[in-house]
Design a protein around this ligand. Structure first.
Ligand SMILES: *[C@@H]1O[C@H](CO)[C@@H](O)[C@H](O)[C@H]1NC(C)=O
Ligand SMILES: *[C@@H]1O[C@H](CO)[C@@H](O)[C@H](O)[C@H]1NC(C)=O
Ligand SMILES: *[C@@H]1O[C@H](CO)[C@@H](O)[C@H](O)[C@H]1NC(C)=O
Ligand SMILES: CC(=O)N[C@H]1CO[C@H](CO)[C@@H](O)[C@@H]1O
Ligand SMILES: [Zn+2]
Length: 746
């Protein structure tokens, strides 16, 4: 999705594959009319699955760019389109609070109740109404226009829901791709087929009799909502919060007028889900209304894309907090600097001030306090503040190394490219890659990104390795140094293989043909003096006689044109695609494991502020790159720890897949809490795990799961244990307390 400006109700955007776009951009920027940079016809192949279906989870600007209609039609008229690919036209839709381009319309299966084997597929916009679907169905299945049929929506094998209001949009009805819409038409005697036994059994009847363990309840995936369900399961299994909702305490505290809140709607929708989950009457619950509400208040969670579960959890905790804030009139509070006063005093003041504006079950349960200390590098002014937090976002130790897989192409025309796995410094340069490959033997090499039989990019040795993405096809070419004299100038020649079409036009006196690229492109270094047409031609012939064309070290900056017949005879397509694996490819990649405690220590490590984010020193009266240290002061009853697995840099988005080992019981913070024990209200410092929200897979195709079955039962056991511990002294002389043992959510 993308934000767009669009003032007409019928407005479209067009998708163009990123690869073609880059080629085109290069071509127009350099103004180079060489055939080597000419992008050719628009080619969106990489965006399609079979039969021109758009691949799932494409990311704007990474996989494709969007063009307004006018620009698209210009491009199309200038370049044309390969293989009669369809234009990827997408509607701009008006969603609550934003306009978005609907990259993926909703794909619904349609069938008649009387013949559920005959299923048709149709795409709809989220802004279409259910009525629009009904009309399409009536037409498709030849149901009389005045028939007044009933519509049912089947979202899983066991649940079927009647769609009563046909005037709502697909978005508000939470319809998503893959759902089946069933149309039921009255019998001739006026009765409905589904009112007869065993047909269309509504799962509600079934569920009324189900008496399972309260809280052990699945959440139906409404199409990529695993991130939301996962967060909901974690919260649902947080005892103080769930008890608060089940006891109806929230009814007295709903804050309908808080401008920062959501008029109580999020809290009410959340309470509804929790009550259903803990009723013991359902195997699973469809959090449809909750999802719609979330979408209304935070449009980034609308629809279909994968999201960070943490992002949603953070939004939800914020929303619940403001909806349930007991403070109705927020007073203005002047913040005082610590000015050397004792930590205890400043911390208590900060917490008091926080509670004067923020007072809710969320604060009671999840908020803690940390201390941040900034030191000016110049005047050594120390600034101390205490800030509340709702969760700890801890960094992962970032590996300074990176494993790259590249193909090495040696000078020997007979040897095949060799795939290597090499370890390079993450912040290194292209030269480091060459060094790693040649083990510092100093063979001259050139690193290139090869795409579509041409050099997509040739890297300079000083370029940063971060420009190279893991998915790029990197070829490293050995380069001969043919220069005799030291001061002779060398040029790098790139060679492309082209095949001529058979078409010839002798009418104009010369031959005329079109060409297509094939095979691997080649690279070669030559003294400038040798770069004449004749000597290149000779050189090419010499090497070309070396039979196996595929490396025929026959490089020119120009392309080598092959006659189709010659190509058939001398070019072995299969042979050319082959490569061998270096033994480095057999070494299994090591997974590093770190302890959760290490991440927490990293969180409290002194860091120097970055250039983009300096601190204004009140003494020096200017921005300074101060050192900053965070310390934990007090921890909440339920502690949420967020592992920062996603790292975003200018060039790449990366998911750190380091394994983080965490204890299930007794995660101990007593060593790193600044606030010293000994006071009456000792803060909790030992935690047991109650929930984990886990994201599997890569950045784009990842899946968020909550092993609801496993975790719920496991959790049941944990909670039982916890309640046993409630009535037993913890630690040495501690009296039985009504305090629950602290719980930890990751
Ligand atoms: C073709 O490319 C070469 C190398 O980039 C450049 O020197 C030459 O001027 C280009 N020719 C045209 C016609 O643009
Ligand atoms: C279009 O691009 C794909 C790779 O993305 C390539 O395999 C295919 O040959 C291209 N088609 C044409 C006609 O150039
Ligand atoms: C080659 O063919 C194209 C298209 O048929 C034509 O426009 C062009 O003039 C021809 N060039 C030569 C040199 O014959
Ligand atoms: C942690 C938290 O929710 N703090 C809020 C307390 O209230 C102030 C003023 O309304 C907000 O700005 C904070 O975000
Ligand atoms: Zn200073």
């Amino acid at each position: 999705t993308t934000k767009v400006e669009c003032y007409s109700s019928l407005c479209y955007r067009y998708l163009v594959g990123r690869r073609w776009f880059d080629l085109w951009e290069e071509y127009v920027k350099t103004g180079d009319q060489n055939s080597s940079s000419f992008p050719g016809r628009i080619n969106n192949t990489e965006l399609f699955e079979n039969s021109y279906r758009l691949k799932e989870r494409l990311v704007e600007n990474e996989d494709f760019v969007l063009f307004p209609a006018e620009a698209w039609h210009k491009l199309l008229s200038w370049y044309g389109m390969v293989d009669e690919q369809p234009a990827l036209e997408r509607k701009v839709i008006d969603l609550p609070s934003t306009l978005k381009v609907e990259i993926y319309p909703v794909e619904i299966f349609l069938c008649l109740h009387s013949n559920m084997d005959d299923v048709e597929t149709e795409q709809f916009s989220r802004t279409d109404t259910i009525l629009a679907i009904q009309k399409v169905m009536q037409k498709r299945f030849e149901v009389a226009e005045d028939a007044e049929p009933r519509l049912w929506m089947k979202s899983s094998d066991t649940s079927c829901e009647r769609l009563r209001n046909i005037h709502v949009t697909l978005l508000d009805a939470c319809l998503s791709s893959g759902m089946t819409m069933i149309m039921e038409v009255r019998n001739s005697d006026g009765t409905w087929p589904s009112s007869r036994p065993q047909i269309m059994r509504n799962s509600v009847d079934e569920q009324d009799t189900y008496r399972g363990q309260p809280g052990v309840c699945g959440l139906t995936n409404l199409g990529n909502t695993c991130f939301m369900n996962s967060a909901l399961q974690c919260l649902s299994n947080t005892p103080p919060l769930t008890e608060y909702f089940l006891r109806n305490s929230y009814l007295d505290e709903l804050n309908f007028n808080n401008p920062l809140g959501m008029k109580g709607e999020i809290a009410e929708a959340y309470a509804d889900v929790i009550k259903q989950m803990w009723s013991g009457r359902h195997y699973s619950v469809v959090p449809r209304i909750f999802k719609t509400k979330v979408g209304h208040f935070a449009s980034q969670f609308l629809g279909y894309q994968q999201h960070d579960s943490q992002e949603l959890l953070s939004f939800l905790l914020d929303g619940l907090h403001e909806d349930l804030n007991r403070v109705k009139n927020k007073e203005y509070i002047e913040l005082r600097d610590a000015d050397g006063r004792p930590d205890q005093e400043v911390a208590e003041e900060a917490w008091r001030n926080h509670r004067r504006r923020n007072d809710s079950v969320i604060v009671d349960t999840f908020h803690g306090l940390f201390k941040s200390t900034l030191v000016c590098p110049e005047c050594h002014k120390v600034s101390v503040t205490f800030d509340p937090f709702c969760y700890l976002s801890v960094p992962l130790p970032v590996s300074k190394e990176r494993v790259m897989e590249v193909f090495f192409v040696s000078l020997d025309p007979l040897s095949k490219p060799v795939q290597h796995r090499v370890v390079v410094p993450k912040a290194g340069k292209v030269i480091d890659l060459c060094m790693a490959l040649s083990q510092a033997t100093g063979i001259p090499m050139v690193v290139a990104d090869v795409f579509n039989h041409r050099f997509y990019k040739i890297y300079h040795v000083d370029e940063s390795l971060s420009c190279i993405l893991d998915r790029d096809d990197i070829f490293v070419y050995e380069i001969s140094s043919t220069c005799e004299g030291e001061d002779e100038e060398e040029v790098l020649l790139a060679v492309y293989m082209r095949e001529r079409s058979h078409y010839r036009d002798y009418g104009s006196g010369g031959s005329n043909y079109s060409t297509t690229l094939f095979g691997h492109p080649l690279l070669m270094a030559l003294p400038r003096a040798q770069c004449t047409r004749d000597s290149l031609y000779q050189l090419f012939l010499q090497h070309g006689s070396n039979v196996l064309w595929h490396h025929l070290a026959a490089p020119l900056y120009v392309a080598i044109d092959w006659d189709p017949d010659m190509k058939k005879k001398y070019y072995n397509e299969n042979e050319a695609e082959k490569y061998v694996k270096d033994q480095s490819m057999d070494v299994p990649q090591q997974q590093t494991t770190v302890q959760l405690q290490e991440c927490i220590e990293l969180f409290t490590t002194v860091e120097t502020l970055e250039e983009e984010n300096p601190w204004y020193c009140p003494t020096c009266k200017k921005h300074q790159l101060a050192t900053k240290k965070l310390d934990l002061w007090s921890l909440p009853e339920v502690l949420i720890i967020h592992l920062k697995r996603f790292s975003y840099t200018k060039y790449s988005r990366e998911k750190l897949d380091t394994i983080v080992d965490f204890p299930l019981r007794h995660l101990d913070f007593s060593g790193c809490l600044l606030r010293k024990a000994g006071t009456d209200c000792e803060p909790p410092s030992r935690y047991d795990l109650i929930a984990v929200s886990n994201h599997y897979g890569g950045l784009r195709d990842g899946h968020c799961t909550f092993h609801s079955f496993y975790i719920n039962w496991g959790l049941g056991a944990l909670l039982k244990d916890t309640s046993v511990m409630d009535c037993q002294p913890r630690g040495s002389n501690r009296q039985p307390s009504s305090h629950r043992a602290g719980s930890l959510t990751i």
